[in-house]
Design a protein around this ligand. Structure first.
Ligand code: AMP
Length: 279
């Protein structure tokens, strides 16, 4: 496994065998089974696998959140080596954003609600760094998690709109045994908050249950999710949503599919989760 910080080194390695196919997995590190599931899928579907580990400063709107983001590059590299990854980019921030940097990518409608509304500038930062990563690796395929449902929609939109010649593969959310969606941020939960953090998954399941009993009033599903979150005394609700799975507009009545999603704070740790329901 080759690990580089500089872009010319990544490019040289990527193009050393021009005819092989590359699968690429962008990450912010502090890897868990969710990330590794993307790496394994990329391994299955491509000759070579590239991974980036970069905590992207332009997608953080709270300096405290950026500083608190967990990191352990040595551990990450040994996990990636075990998975048979070929190439890892661990750039210093100045390589990605030199002092004279001034180009950003903005996606419009699908980036506005949900995470876009809760975290101003978030998708501008995500889209910008992902576009740069795509240009550095030039993979045939790239792998994203359904865990970040809106991110997957936004990246697909960007790939289509900017004609990136890359297939975007979205992989299922990997969960802990008790249902909590795996996330690097889970490491920052206090033990009691970690216990209560299952409320996100329980809220989604409760809403899904209502849907499966025939409820099609989106507001009823939202109210159910709110009630479950409110039953966890350490949880502070940011938003709940029942939206169209690709347009991401809030629904009044669910036709055949909906994306249930929510964001919840435990102290300063913000968790998100989602589930698609379908008749
Ligand atoms: P991050 O390091 O949080 O930026 O995540 C890197 C990639 O891993 C993104 O495409 C995420 O959606 C994906 N990912 C994160 N957590 C999970 C999970 N629990 N299951 C599946 N994919 C995940």
């Amino acid at each position: 496994m080759k690990v580089f910080s500089n872009i010319p080194d990544i490019r040289r390695q990527r193009w050393a065998e021009p005819l092989v196919t590359w699968g690429f997995v962008p990450t912010m590190g502090f890897l868990h089974e969710g990330h590794l599931s993307l790496v394994r899928r990329a391994r299955q579907e491509n000759d070579r696998v590239g991974v980036s580990i970069f905590v992207n400063p332009t997608q953080f709107n709270e300096p405290g959140d950026l500083a608190a983001y967990p990191r352990d590059t040595n551990r990450d590299l040994s996990l990636l080596k075990e998975e048979g990854v070929d190439l890892v980019w661990t750039p210093d921030p100045e390589i990605v954003y030199p002092p004279d940097y001034e180009t950003f990518v903005e996606i419009e409608k699908v980036a506005r609600p949900l995470e876009g509304a809760a975290r101003p500038g978030f998708f501008r930062g995500v889209a910008t760094v992902v576009a740069k990563l795509f240009n550095v690796f030039q993979p045939q395929r790239t792998y994203f998690g359904q865990k970040d449902a809106q991110q997957a929609v936004v990246i697909k939109r960007m790939v289509k709109d900017l004609n990136f010649n890359i297939e975007v593969v979205v992989c299922p959310t990997v969960r802990e045994a008790d249902g909590l969606a795996m996330s690097s941020r889970n490491a920052n939960l206090s033990p009691p908050a970690r216990q209560q953090a299952t409320c996100l998954y329980r809220a989604l399941l409760a809403a899904k249950d209502l849907f499966e009993q025939g409820e099609r009033d989106a507001e009823e599903l939202r109210a159910k999710m709110v009630a479950v979150i409110e039953s966890a005394d350490m949880a502070r609700l940011d938003y709940v949503s029942v939206a169209h799975p690709s347009a991401l507009e809030e629904l009044t009545v669910i036709e055949d599919r909906a994306l249930l999603s929510l964001a919840v704070f435990f102290d300063t740790v913000r968790l998100i989760d989602n589930m698609v329901v379908e008749s």
